[in-house]
Design a protein around this ligand. Structure first.
Ligand SMILES: [Zn+2]
Length: 448
């Protein structure tokens, strides 16, 4: 149904392909049909397709967000958590999150997904690890279907509450058998492994400090049995490393390896504190990393060794992380932050604008196992972002492809699976004003 949309994007100032040769093609057209990129070249025949004029626009692959907690858009800038480190921040927010239900999950996901779409994102993962008051992962999957975004939701979980020495309150943890059973239900109901898939479900215990060793191992076995991916938080900050050493007697990388949590079908969020041995492990096993620079800055977690990871061959993508630890959800700005943060650590030549854009597009698609996405090439899925570089942000720029140095922070148009979900800076698939009004009402009710 989505697949019948066909468009001809004409006379783009530059098409940044992110293909195998990383070609940048000036003055090109891109024809999309049946959900895929059908043709790239100058002066193409529309063949009946709707023409989208793109003079003054840079066309890039849609950006890919590899780590998020969409529900947290309802708890942005909560006063008690604004200036806390990770564990203190979590303890401030857990009691608020425990009051969420299905509507909070659904509306906050709509807001988070719309914010991502406006910032150029066409494919996002999400990590939902608490299910109070009847909330389900299905609530967020419905939201992604409404907006039309390609979605990789993960069935997160917490099972060790405060009374067992864990961080979360007991009311937010679940029985491990129930967690695995629900993961099976969700995979069987929603997961689509086919090329062009709009929904792929992953298995994602929240973190080593909120579930048992058994659940980590069982989750890995389940994911392999079902051929789905695995995701969690790892080595986020010094407290996280100290917890691992004190509780498991080893560093997070060793813990992950022992439990089957390395490989091409695994990606870990943050990895700020990976040491050289762990970077080597990730590179050898092609284990992915979701780098979340704004969250790492916001929570004071540190600077992830992304330069060393990339040089070693670790697959790296970008994540905005939850909106409560960012507190924004703008993916193109996240890419800029990734570029800047490596420069803080390593100098001005540590990461170019082009490399950061590559991590944000092709890099993210690769760590999510989406070799059908993340580049503009004939036969790849038609996930495209159009950036208008004729505005004030890029006025005077000598290099339109260096969007992350001087360029817009929202898209003009966005296509997912060949469907236009942003047009002239507006989401076409939602009444966003009404969604935001509901979101603000829900936030006010939670604050009472
Ligand atoms: Zn996170």
């Amino acid at each position: 149904m989505l697949a019948n949309n066909s468009y001809l994007i004409t006379a783009a100032r530059v098409v940044v392909t992110m293909d195998d040769d990383r070609r940048e093609l000036p003055d090109q057209d891109v024809r999309i049909a049946n959900g895929v990129i059908a043709e790239i070249g100058p002066n193409l025949d529309p063949q009946g397709a709707e023409v989208i004029r793109a003079e003054g626009c840079v066309v890039t692959p849609g950006l890919v967000n590899t780590h998020h907690h969409l529900y947290q858009t309802l708890t942005r800038a909560v006063p008690g958590g604004q200036d806390a480190l990770l564990f203190g921040w979590l303890k401030t927010l857990y009691p608020i999150w425990s009051r969420f239900g299905p509507e909070e999950m659904h509306v906050s996901a709509l807001v988070g997904l719309a914010e991502l779409a406006l910032s150029g994102c066409t494919l996002t993962s999400d990590h939902l690890y608490l299910y109070p008051n009847g909330a389900r992962l299905d609530d967020t999957i419905a939201a992604a279907g409404q907006i039309g975004m390609r979605f990789h939701p993960t069935r997160g979980a917490m099972s060790i509450g405060e009374s067992d020495g864990g961080l979360p309150p007991d009311m937010l943890v679940e029985k491990e058998a129930d967690i695995l059973e629900d993961a099976i239900r969700l995979i069987d109901l929603h997961h689509d492994a086919a090329e062009g898939s709009m929904v792929r479900v992953g298995v994602a215990p929240c973190s080593p400090f909120s579930v048992s060793r058994d659940l980590m191992r069982e989750a890995a076995l389940l994911a392999r049995d079902k051929s789905v991916m695995l995701h969690t938080h790892l080595a986020e900050n010094d407290e996280d490393i100290a917890y691992s050493l004190a509780t498991f007697g080893c560093r997070p990388g060793q813990y992950a390896e022992e439990l089957g949590w390395v490989g091409e079908d695994v990606w870990h969020a943050h990895c700020v504190k990976l040491d050289p041995t762990e970077i080597d492990l990730f590179a050898r096993t092609k284990t992915g990393v979701a780098h979340c620079p704004c969250s790492n800055c916001r929570l004071g977690s540190g600077i992830a060794p992304v330069r060393a990871m990339r040089d070693a061959g670790v697959p790296v993508g970008l994540g905005v992380d939850g909106s409560a630890s960012n507190d924004a959800g703008n993916l193109i700005l996240e890419a800029r932050q990734a570029m800047l943060l490596q420069r803080v650590a390593q100098g001005a030549d540590a990461m170019s604008a082009r490399e950061a854009l590559e991590i944000a597009t092709r890099g993210g698609a690769e760590i999510l196992g989406r070799h059908d996405c993340g580049q503009i090439a004939v036969g790849k899925r038609a996930d495209l972002a159009l950036w208008d570089v004729s505005g004030i942000e890029a006025a005077g720029s000598w290099d339109p492809v260096a969007l992350l140095l001087a360029g817009p922070t929202t898209v003009r148009d966005l296509f997912v699976e060949g469907r236009q979900i942003v047009r002239d800076g507006q989401v076409t698939t939602l009444d966003l004003r009404a969604v935001m009004a509901r979101q603000n009402a829900l936030a006010r009710a939670l604050a009472e």
